[in-house]
Design a protein around this ligand. Structure first.
Ligand code: ADP
Ligand code: MG
Length: 396
């Protein structure tokens, strides 16, 4: 299914100008301060390797959505500062990503030194995957490395187009992500349990369809489960529900046993009279949701059930929170699942931005086998789609 691209460790990089597409699209607060530098840290093994090998390193990333023009707010300067702190090394910040200034900075690099180019999305050619823009980027370097797994589901100039012009290889993060996610899809240790949550069924249709052919047990929680409750004729009050997907839900529940998959839904839920931290709450069975209330989390009996099925499993993949975990009274189910995954002996994989954040929040990230850094990219990968960024490398 997935083709494995050549790895950065397989190529000679000493003295070469190596263009590394990284994903430095870090979350920032209203003062433009970085609130989470996980993505910068995730690129360090590749950068460190290139430093050790004496490459001349050119880092490039997108940041936010500047829509093809320069906007100070989307400058990568703050990222350069954080990277300097993390590496304890000077980073030469370019004020552009193509043209004379980056060329000059790059020509002055000594082996092991680093230039960070300015935001790639200051040019519309980036997202348009304009071959002329891709060529301009390629002209800066001798070798192209893609380590931006989080952007690999996009066919942009720096994530896909550039590979046509230069020898190409995957960085360590890219290799680790592709390996972990393709292993779980192609030869998981069985029994294989997937726990799928999040707000909407419509976001996860392809994922659910793909997983039905791969897993032994499929547990659905979070807001998504409401549509499955309603599909069985249960009233869900004011809960989030997608009436257009009732047939899909019925079809999925009917085909699970035909495919030998055990399908599980929450057996109890936390309901609230409104979506607020101060709301009144109670625990009820999903077939007994009061008319004016809404389901905002899974209940303790469901947590217990998930613990049991996790203990039976040798691989557990989790995508999507079990409740509105942003509000503390409705975070318990999600936190409990994070802890269960941390305790189990099984191979544990987390795909999905919010689930990854929940695992960090619960303080158990260290005990998880693999937490994917790519939200949209890991979702598409798990849906069984080929990622343009991976395909472009593998085609080399
Ligand atoms: P991930 O990023 O891990 O793939 P999603 O983006 O699919 O996860 O879903 C996360 C969102 O789902 C969260 O914002 C959470 O508040 C929401 N959610 C979970 N359960 C419910 C629920 N019962 N009702 C409404 N929203 C929910
Ligand atoms: Mg999300």
């Amino acid at each position: 299914m997935t083709v494995t691209p050549r790895g950065i460790q397989e190529i000679e990089v000493a003295d070469k100008r190596v263009f590394v597409r990284v994903d430095f699209n870090v979350p920032v607060d209203e003062n433009q301060e970085i609130v989470d530098d996980t993505r910068i840290r995730a690129a360090l093994p590749t950068i460190q390797h290139l430093m050790d090998q004496g490459a001349r390193i050119i880092l490039a990333s997108h940041f936010g959505r500047p829509k093809g023009e320069f906007k100070e707010k989307y400058s990568l300067r703050r990222v350069a500062q954080r990277l300097e702190e993390l590496l304890g090394k000077k980073i030469f910040m370019a004020s552009d990503c193509v043209g004379e200034e980056p060329k000059r900075l790059i020509s002055q690099l000594k082996p092991g030194e680093i230039v960070l180019l300015e935001n790639l999305r200051f040019y519309s050619g980036e997202e348009a995957n304009d071959p002329a823009f891709a060529r301009q980027l390629a002209e800066l370097a001798d070798i192209y490395v893609n380590d931006a797994f989080g952007a690999a589901h996009r066919a942009h100039a720096s994530t896909a187009g550039m590979a046509a012009f230069l020898p190409a290889a995957a960085g360590f993060l890219m290799q680790k992500e592709v390996k972990a996610l393709s292993e779980v899809l192609t030869y998981p240790k069985r029994p294989f349990l997937a726990i799928i949550g999040g707000a909407k069924v419509s976001d996860k249709i392809k994922l659910l369809d793909n997983f039905l052919d791969k897993v032994d047990m499929l547990a659905v929680g979070g807001g998504m489960a409401n549509t499955f409750f309603k599909a069985q004729g249960w009233e869900v009050g004011k809960s989030l529900v997608e009436n257009d997907y009732l047939d899909f839900a019925r079809h999925l529940m009917a085909s699970a046993p035909e495919k030998g998959v055990e399908f599980l839904l929450p057996v109890d839920v936390v309901v609230a009279d409104r979506m607020a931290a101060e709301a009144q709450t109670k625990i009820v069975k999903p077939e007994a949701v009061p008319a004016d209330w809404m389901i905002l989390d899974i209940g303790p009996a469901t947590v217990q059930l998930l613990e049991e099925v996790c203990q039976e499993s040798r691989t557990v993949l989790w995508n999507g929170p079990m409740g509105v975990f942003e509000l503390p009274p409705f975070a318990q189910g999600t936190t409990a699942v994070a802890r269960i995954l941390a305790r189990t002996e099984a191979v544990t994989i987390i795909g999905g931005g919010d689930s990854a954040a929940a695992v960090e929040q619960a303080g158990v990230a260290e005990q998880i086998t693999h937490i994917s850094t790519g939200g949209g990219a890991s979702l598409e990968f798990l849906e069984g789609r080929e990622l343009p960024g991976v395909v472009a490398l593998a085609a080399k």
